[in-house]
Design a protein around this ligand. Sequence first.
Ligand code: FAD
Length: 307
Amino acid sequence: MLGPVILAASRSDRMRRFVSAAPGTKQVVNRFIAGETVDQVVAVVEDAAAKGLEVTLDVVGEDITTPEQAAAARDAYLELIEHLKGLGLGPKAEMSVKLSMFGQALDGGHELALANVRPVVEAAAEIGTTVTLDAEDHTTLDSMFAIHDELRKDFPQTGCVIQSYLFRTERDAIRLAANGSRVRLVKGAYNEPDTVAFQNKAEIDKAYVRVLRILMEGSGYPMVGSHDPRLISIGQELARRAGRKLDEYEFQMLYGIRSEEHVRLAAEGHRMRVYTAYGTDWYGYFMRRLAEKPANLLFFLRSTITK
Ligand code: FAD
């Protein structure tokens, strides 16, 4: 019940001001956000690499309102890629982007987002890595998939995300699995109506398994984005049955969540990629993490009250 309320609050400017100013916020935010600056995140990437982990890096921010902000988002990723150059990690450090941060919701937003994301994909390719397009709310997805198709003409490694809570996702998975895409499958983190999405956890989990089977049996590269222990072992089993080797799929989890599991899966020989978010505009990302687990909200309230 709390999840939808928190997700609604994630769109409120008044709540944004309240949460940002609350004492104790910083302490909880730091659990999920790997720093505010490029230097801080680069240190986290080096630490992850030393533990045998790979990363996908997200400069936090979304729902920008001007083309200048969209250009600034592009430049923030270009600056990040410039810093990654020296590390020589290649595909072990890739980028995740939200197209809303690149201007997708503005006038002429589809073309603007494509124009802003293309130089990021090009710069990533120059250092031997790639970009994955995150999935946002369902109204943005046709545009996201069209941009994904367009980018793949020149950069076939460009990835995208699909969400098992959406009714449309099995169809999307069939298309993407047939065309050899890199695809991250997640449950979905937005407040979606029952006209487009399953509302019940059991149905979302069952859909996750159906879609994962499609991806594992297809010709693409599946990225299993979940912390759910049951789905992770089902993922291993589906990969085995599909005859996939350990480097023909990967697991992905979020920075700050089940960190011991990241290391355990990597030690077992799995490719394990940690979605590592950083930057100053952390509000939307942070609120989705609170919505996923009510205990996080209690922790947040406790640290705010006891400050
Ligand atoms: P759940 O059933 O929610 O969680 C399983 C267990 O994991 C929980 O019992 C708990 O122990 C732990 N856990 C899960 N979430 C939290 C949390 N916030 N805090 C503490 N513990 C937690 N969603 C999108 O809509 N678009 C995206 O592009 C997107 N990208 C993602 C990338 C990655 C790598 C991952 C892992 C998730 C991404 N998500 C994205 C979020 C996703 O949709 C889910 O909201 C989130 O992963 C929680 O679902 P779960 O599969 O972990 O299962």
